[in-house]
Design a protein around this ligand. Structure first.
Ligand code: ZN
Length: 382
């Protein structure tokens, strides 16, 4: 437990770099590098990684009187709860507060909920296509997800021997360019809140590793915790795990953003409650003509590997909107033309039944072997 709130607040202000999560440079790094995992079809995100990166430390600057809860959103002292060690810690904030008292729960940090709440806000922003809110919540999400991979943000023992800012800021800043993020793609996150708890728990084993690395570096530097020798040893001892944690932060962030966009309708299944069998159909986009975005609806009569691809008037592929397995049902897909120029574009839906996906797709409609395909045209007017 943080002994009391005043001590926590003092800790923030006595050392400006203390307890901010990863230092600002690392937040900016994660807030940009996650873009390596994002599918090209997510045009808005791809085009705005620099803005997301630039705002990725904004939540740290909101720890002020106007945002009294902000300071608790960056960490969770999960090891303060006995249930954490038995895998029975509730993810319900009300239940946990009822058991321990809301002040105690707040004081020990609410990072997993901050991730889930920000995710929910991001879904709303994707649905409304509100670009300033999108940047806000994409940046905030990048911040909180990154905090969850800083081991000293997921433990009560958050600043052993003053290690916190040494590890997250002083040590890492000169070495950020040595961290290479490997593209890993994205995956759908079924329950962002449960996943956020798992993600914080996954960082926990690294707490001891960081503390041991600090002790070893101190010994190697003759007891110093400020010399070049100390920092060289600390980096050498933690380089691999730190790179791994930052890679994980970028992957998780990308998957949560992708999931939020899917939840918001990219593509969104629009008849989830219906049990009536759908037919294969591709509808006319709406609005049409459009500028710059339009909605494409389609339905599938069976589970299939689906592609929805946009071509220009010369038949060149300009955007893959959907490329995934989908179950029977109706879907809608937002298409943002981005920087494309005015003119006629074609969009082509292809569905290969999963049992037959080893077959080469062939043109044709119902009853034929292989893919079912339909193409329509739309008009972009700038
Ligand atoms: Zn933070």
């Amino acid at each position: 437990m943080k002994n009391n709130t005043i001590a926590v607040v003092l800790a923030f202000f006595l050392s400006s770099a203390t307890a901010l999560g990863w230092g600002g440079n690392t937040h900016k790094f994660i807030g940009k590098e996650f873009g390596k995992h994002i599918p090209a079809s997510m045009g808005f995100v791809v085009r705005n990684v620099d803005a997301i990166s630039a705002h990725s430390s904004d939540p740290d600057s909101r720890k002020d009187a106007a945002h009294p809860l902000e300071q608790y959103r960056h960490y969770i002292d999960q090891d303060i709860y006995p249930e954490f060690f038995t895998g029975t810690l509730t993810h319900n904030l009300d239940s946990l507060s009822a058991k321990y008292g809301s002040a105690y729960v707040m004081d020990n940090g609410i990072l997993p909920w901050a991730i889930a709440w920000t995710f929910d806000s991001l879904v709303v922003a994707f649905k409304s296509q509100d670009s300033s809110k999108l940047i806000l919540y994409l940046s905030d999400l990048s911040h909180y997800v990154a905090d969850a991979t800083m081991p000293l943000h997921v433990t009560n023992n958050y600043n052993p021997g003053g290690l916190h800012s040494r590890y997250e800021t002083s040590m890492i800043n000169p070495h950020l360019t040595e961290i290479i993020i490997t593209p890993a793609g994205v995956s759908f996150v079924n329950s962002p809140l449960d996943d956020a708890f798992s993600f914080c728990a996954a960082s926990y084993p690294y707490v001891d590793s960081v503390i041991h690395a600090d002790s070893a570096a101190k010994a190697a530097a003759g007891g110093s915790t400020s010399s070049t020798a100390y920092y060289a040893a600390l980096w050498s001892n933690t380089q691999t795990m730190t790179g791994h944690l930052i890679q994980k932060a970028t992957e998780k962030l990308a998957s949560l953003i992708y999931t939020a966009s899917v939840r918001a309708g990219m593509p969104m299944k629009i008849d989830q409650l219906s049990t009536s069998p759908a037919v294969f159909a591709l509808q006319q986009n709406f609005p049409n003509p459009f500028n710059p975005s339009t909605m494409i609806r389609y339905s599938l009569d069976r589970q299939a590997l689906v592609t929805l691809i946009v071509y220009d008037a010369l038949g060149r592929e300009v955007r893959t909107l959907v490329n995934r397995e989908l179950s029977a049902g109706s879907y809608e897909q937002m298409f943002d033309a981005g920087s494309l120029t005015s003119g006629v574009y074609f969009y082509r839906l292809s569905a290969v039944p999963l049992a037959r996906r080893d077959l080469v797709p062939t043109e044709g409609r119902n009853g034929q072997v292989g893919a079912t395909v339909e193409t329509r045209s739309m008009l972009l007017v700038r």
